[in-house]
Design a protein around this ligand. Structure first.
Ligand code: FE2
Length: 148
């Protein structure tokens, strides 16, 4: 399984795709740092990933709210469960430093979650968003027909 962003993860939403690719890049950089860089550097790299993650999840949740995406409750819950998991990693790093457990999370567990989440949750969201303009146009046609 690839730990980097690959084309099969493209959901055809330019902003979310850009953010996803950036998340893979940042977690990869944190994994590299955890393999021997001084602890402050590892902490900085994990912080950079964390910052981008929070920006991304809230952007995506905003998109879902705006679109009144029917699955938004379940999708948001998946984000929350992941953030809870990620907080455990941060705790481990804070308490014990860049242990092999921290490395494994950064190298494998987080990229695997991202990959799974994009394919299982973000792809259906993007498909829903892609359908919307047509639905709106159709609704508008229906309205103008009713008005004429
Ligand atoms: Fe998501």
């Amino acid at each position: 399984m690839s730990a980097t962003w690959t084309k099969d993860l493209k959901i055809d939403h330019p902003e979310l795709d850009r953010q996803h690719a950036e998340l893979f890049r940042l977690v990869g950089a944190a994994a590299e740092a955890a393999d021997g860089a001084p602890r402050p550097e590892v902490e900085r790299a994990v912080q950079a990933f964390s910052d981008e993650l929070m920006v991304h999840l809230s952007a995506e949740e905003g998109v879902m709210e705006d679109a009144l995406y029917p699955e938004r409750g379940r999708h948001k819950l998946a984000h929350e469960l992941f953030v809870r998991d990620f907080m455990q990693l941060r705790e481990e790093l804070r308490e014990k430093g860049p242990t092999p457990v921290v490395s494994a999370w950064l190298r494998t567990r987080i990229p695997e979650w991202l990959r799974f989440h994009i394919l299982a949750n973000d792809l259906p969201l993007a498909a829903h968003l892609a359908k919307r303009p047509r639905a709106t146009a159709a609704a508008r046609r229906g309205v103008s027909r009713r008005l004429s």
